[in-house]
Ligand binder design. Structure first.
Ligand SMILES: C[S@@+](CC[C@H](N)C(=O)[O-])C[C@H]1O[C@@H](n2cnc3c(N)ncnc32)[C@H](O)[C@@H]1O
Length: 238
């Protein structure tokens, strides 16, 4: 329960948490489809209809991972972890509204605060990795998740990839997406600055695969992509 001030989570303050549910759906076209498919891919991997314990890393904001997984697999239970207090609070409010607090344990802190002797059947890391600056901190996070999974457990990782500045067409398309949703030119500028703030996305799909491989996961399978965003499933290597 130790709230660690982290460079990857400090920016997720009260103002960002308050607008997150709406903003995330504009910034990521297909936000809901990605979360729905995450539930489907884990159900397909674990065999549907049986109890499972799922780790949701970076659960703050919407808790949409849990809302979608729980609708598909009512026997699953969840541990959600996030170091940003405001983001965890909005996640708790969403879970409460969906009657899901009874099957969810929320932890204000990092994966390292979780016990090592109760391994999970699966885990998700959605929208977090590109906020973690540097490859070694990314590896530390991935290793800490890997250490808390059962052998061969499925793991969904979704994040932005590509260096933003090297993809001017995608960046401009992103700006047009905001304009399409009603943002003024000044608002588009502010959104763009906010999205770039502290972001350090892996440079390619291959870079995501290499990070995962270095941390004890098997090959990646991509199941969703949208502009800079990719979502993949991998498995803990036995
Ligand atoms: C963009 S939000 C994604 C939230 C949610 N997973 C979703 O799909 O909407 C990123 C979240 O990751 C959290 N975060 C940042 N660094 C983290 C870390 N090292 N461990 C766990 N969560 C972290 C942030 O506090 C924030 O709530």
């Amino acid at each position: 329960m130790r709230p660690e001030p982290q460079s990857s989570s400090a920016k997720f303050d009260v103002s960002r948490a308050a607008e997150y549910g709406i903003q995330s759906r504009v910034a990521l076209a297909g936000y809901d489809a990605c979360h729905e498919l995450t539930a489907c891919i884990l159900a397909a991997s674990l065999s549907s209809g049986r109890a499972a314990r799922i780790l949701v890393v970076g659960v703050g904001g919407t808790a949409q991972e849990i809302i979608n997984m729980s609708a598909l697999e009512p026997l699953w239970t969840f541990v959600g972890v996030d170091p940003a207090p405001a983001m965890l609070e909005t996640a708790a409010a969403n879970l409460e509204a969906h009657g899901l607090m009874e099957k969810t344990q929320l932890v204000l802190g990092t994966v390292e605060d979780l016990a090592l002797d109760e391994p999970f059947d699966a885990a998700t890391l959605i929208g977090v990795l590109h906020h973690v600056p540097g490859d070694e901190p990314k590896r530390q996070l991935l290793r800490s998740i890997q250490a808390r999974l059962k052998a061969e457990a499925p793991f969904v990782v979704a994040c932005n990839h590509y260096r933003y500045a090297e993809q001017p067409l995608l960046l401009q398309t992103w700006a047009e997406r905001w304009r399409q949703q009603g943002a003024t030119p000044d608002e588009v500028k502010a959104k763009r600055a906010r999205i770039m703030q502290g972001a350090d996305p892996p440079s390619s799909e291959q870079a995501v695969g290499t990070l995962l491989q270095e941390c004890g996961f098997g090959p990646l399978q991509r199941f969703f992509s949208s502009l800079f965003w990719g979502a993949w499933v991998t498995h803990k290597q036995a």
